[in-house]
Design a protein around this ligand. Structure first.
Ligand code: SF4
Length: 433
């Protein structure tokens, strides 16, 4: 029996891919273990979104080289976006790496591992395959209560700052029957909160089924209780999807919708395909049709060419739309993307100043939004004990707010009605009813 230790970096898509990889490996008698000391093979599932993410993995692999010196039979492999982007170049950066496998070639992992074990010669397989959806594989979900189910892979959008279309290829959607069967199986195993996953879920299409119709069908699956989805693109979020969200009892009242900038010229240079007013219109529709919806977003500070007036428009729209939470980033040039070649880069100091301003604005809004929850009754899916106090438990509301309340072991894994009594910037506190 061969033991594999899988270490995952980056976004939820990578976490889901690691679950898929665990399933592919187990079919060939290769088992994922939790303890790196038991590993015959260490695989790093990597992220390329920023240079920093790649540097971090390189640092981690270097840390493990002493282990390899002590045990020359130990293999080290690299998979994921960095494997796809750099291919065999990785062996020049870190000669101790034994194999590299790209995002569309995971089905070959057992073969490559076995071959490398025999020969101890570096091997790689990183050809992109824009038809690969990993049909009829059953990912081994790692969480206890929440399962992430990939419905599509790749992206066609080429936002000018993003490396994903170059590392994950073009959009392709998984067959509906395969998705339904994976979710039903996850529900049988006790995963009641399902997140549909893709780089741009709103453009899901398989034969006649679009994303709205897929949501309807998933909503009909009996043994699950909550449905979420990430990531949505504002240009593709249709009225039909908003209607289905409003009428489907299991689809949660939460949407993550990346704004990125409040200025139309910057949005154009980002190649986002919508204007600030279009974004406002969608938020208006969402709030009209789903009154309790919480909306979270991503915003970039200091994109190339962003002047003070344009930055001001981003500040204004954040104050106007009052997101429940915003993930704010300072722009970081990514080699291989169009925006990295723009000559008018904003200085690092200015990017940081703008980022701090956005964080300050959002902190106030988030606190206000959370305090507005006091007195409300929410259904909490309890996932664990509170990290700070073992006489309390913690879970998420339908609108994706972490909520802590007094409770014990018996509450974990259950849906409990809670009255909200207090709020900090990130967490709600309450009492069970
Ligand atoms: S939609 Fe844009 S930001 Fe999102 S993955 Fe595709 S290219 Fe990247």
């Amino acid at each position: 029996m061969m033991n594999i230790f899988l270490e995952t970096y980056g976004c939820q898509m990578n976490v889901a891919d690691s679950e898929l990889v665990a399933s592919i490996l187990s079919r060939d008698g290769l088992f994922v273990v939790d303890n790196i000391d038991q590993a015959d093979v260490i695989i790093f599932n990597t992220c390329s979104v920023r240079q920093h993410a790649e540097n971090r993995v390189i640092g981690r692999i270097n840390q493990e080289l002493s282990r390899k010196r002590q045990n020359p039979k130990l293999l080290i492999g690299v998979i994921g976006c960095m494997a796809q982007r750099l291919g065999k170049e990785i062996s020049q950066i870190i000669p101790a790496v034994d194999f590299v496998v790209g995002t569309d070639q995971y089905e070959f992992l057992p073969e490559i591992i076995n071959k490398t074990l025999e020969t101890h010669v570096f091997s790689y397989k990183t050809v992109s395959d824009n038809s690969q959806v990993y049909n009829e594989l059953h990912p081994i979900h790692q969480g206890k209560f929440n399962a992430f189910v990939t419905i599509m892979r790749g992206c066609n959008n080429f936002c000018s700052y993003c490396i994903v279309p170059y590392t994950r290829g073009r959009e392709r959607s998984r067959p509906v029957a395969d998705i339904i069967s994976e979710i039903t199986r996850a529900g049988d195993k006790g995963f009641k909160d399902i997140t549909l996953l893709g780089q741009n879920v709103n453009s899901y299409r398989n034969a006649e089924v679009n994303f709205a119709e897929l949501l309807r069908r998933v909503n009909n699956i009996e043994n699950i209780s909550r449905i979420r989805f990430i990531t949505s693109h504002p240009k593709d979020l249709s009225d039909e999807v908003i209607e289905v969200m409003a009428e489907s009892d299991k689809v949660c009242e939460h949407l993550h919708l990346a704004l990125q900038s409040g200025d139309d010229d910057i949005l154009r240079r980002m190649n986002r395909g919508y204007t600030a007013d279009h974004f406002r219109m969608i938020v208006g529709k969402l709030r009209k049709n789903i009154p309790d919806i919480s909306i979270t977003t991503d915003v970039i500070a200091g994109f190339p060419g962003e002047n003070q007036a344009q930055f001001e428009r981003t500040r204004q729209i954040m104050q106007e739309l009052e997101f429940d939470y915003a993930f704010t980033y300072k722009y970081s040039p990514r080699e291989g993307t169009v925006a990295a070649t723009f000559p008018d880069q904003v200085s690092e100091t200015e990017r940081l100043v703008r980022l701090k301003e956005l964080i300050k604005i959002q902190e106030k809004i988030t606190l206000k939004k959370y305090q507005q929850q006091i007195g409300k009754i929410k259904e909490i899916y309890v996932e664990n004990f509170s990290r700070k106090n073992k006489s309390e438990v913690s879970g998420k509301s339908r609108d994706y707010k972490i909520t802590v309340f007094p409770g014990g072991e018996e509450a974990i894994g259950r849906f409990i009605r809670v009255r909200i009594t207090d709020a900090t910037g990130w967490t709600l506190r309450g009492e069970s009813l």
